[in-house]
Design a protein around this ligand. Sequence first.
Ligand code: SAH
Length: 495
Amino acid sequence: MNYRKNDIVEVTIEDLGTNGEGIGRIDGYTLFVKDALIGDTVEAGLTKVKKNYGYARLIRVIRPSEDRITPPCPVHRQCGGCQIQAMSYEAQLRFKQNKVFHNLVRLGSVDADYLSQIMEPIAGMPDGIGLHYRNKAQFPIGYDRDGHIVAGFYAGRTHSIIPCEDCALGPVEYKQILEIVIDHMKEHGITPYDEETGKGVVRHVMIRKGFTSGQIMVCVVISEDRLVQADLLANRLFTIPGMTSFYLNIQKEQTNVIMGNHNILVRGSETIEDTIHLRDPENDFALTGQEVSFGISPLSFYQVNPVQTEQMYSQALHYAALTGSETVWDLYCGIGTISLFLALRAGRVCGVEIVEPAIQNARENAVRNGIENATFFVGAAEEILPAYAGASTHGSKLEGRKSEGVDFPQGDDFLHPDVIVVDPPRKGCDEQCLETMVSMAPERIVYVSCDSATLSRDVKYLRENGYELRKARAFDNFPQTVHVESVCLLSKAQK
Ligand code: SAH
């Protein structure tokens, strides 16, 4: 059958793609329908037609899937941030468990029967709901269609703003903060920034909350060096309970990078505090009494879902199986969140991270917690690691790969890793980094990942080079979205 653009069809959805799009077939022709769920029968309008497949938009649900619920946010389809908000939470967890499982089988070449024995059930949000979990949000400020100043979200991939101050993922204070900032702008004639023309002042409002401390940081991103009557704005913001730190962030560049590098503290503390508790994954993630606290600055990377972060890091620490004497390397360590957790149980921890201010934060955080067995290095994991390996293994093929400016210990100072933990960005580990990890021959490798496709690719490499996958567990750090984190344990394969 020949389809054309704008044709309207009825289709039953049988599968979900990795981006949460519904997949259905009519007479062997495959259709991708955004916002449609497995089990839905829908009326869909074709938007793009290829020979063997096409894309369509959801017009109306004719018979809903058993998994379909009324989504809590009225603008979730336009916003696009929550791709699977119309799916029950239970179904979301099933979808994510399957996604990680199938990637490990398909891209990691792990045997499916073996994997079903070693893979643990996904750890979801303990409240079984998964709303209001984010500790950070960045709202663009602009005009709506009627010329009112609004905060909200970019519509899909465009630059127009859909008003939404009441995001279902953020804490309830966000709405009040945005209203105060917008009122201030109206009263003092301050204009929102226009991306197209580069004119106007207020670009974004970034809000962070430490869930355990209750402390709130507000950062108003502006295109000039000052904001009119910033003190008056501070007076109002500081009426909100928990308000701790108010910054202006200066971003003059005409770019879609949200924050600039220059911050001006208007009132309050330089950082807000948050605490991550160590939990017991063998006992339903019960508290163990141990914890690490962190100071978070405006530009620090920090996990956005604190509830799941505790579960995920506790799992990583559990897989590392530390007894107190081990040397552990934590690659891609950010502000040292995992490193300091590991330091509670290890002999010595070495963290490596490419962003220098993050390493400064990591060192401050070690001091804040009285942790003395953690050392942090600035640099690319794929450069620092071979430099160390080269310094220690005489005659190693890696010798001589020392990178410029990397300050590494010589000879006997070499810190042989018993365990290596990695938590790379979405693109996964660099192959040189994996190669060096293998040559350093740690007993165990714990891989924390926010992209199960690159995780699986790297697991395949490690499996082909002397390691075996022993455990895997997915974590739902981003409910309502298609994203999923995972933690894997690999150890030396029996010869
Ligand atoms: N483990 C930390 C951070 C994980 S995010 C946490 O959970 O908070 C990944 C980190 O890798 C980021 O901080 C990023 O700056 C860093 N990074 C990216 N490429 C890197 C590289 N080539 N070498 C070392 N670190 C890198």
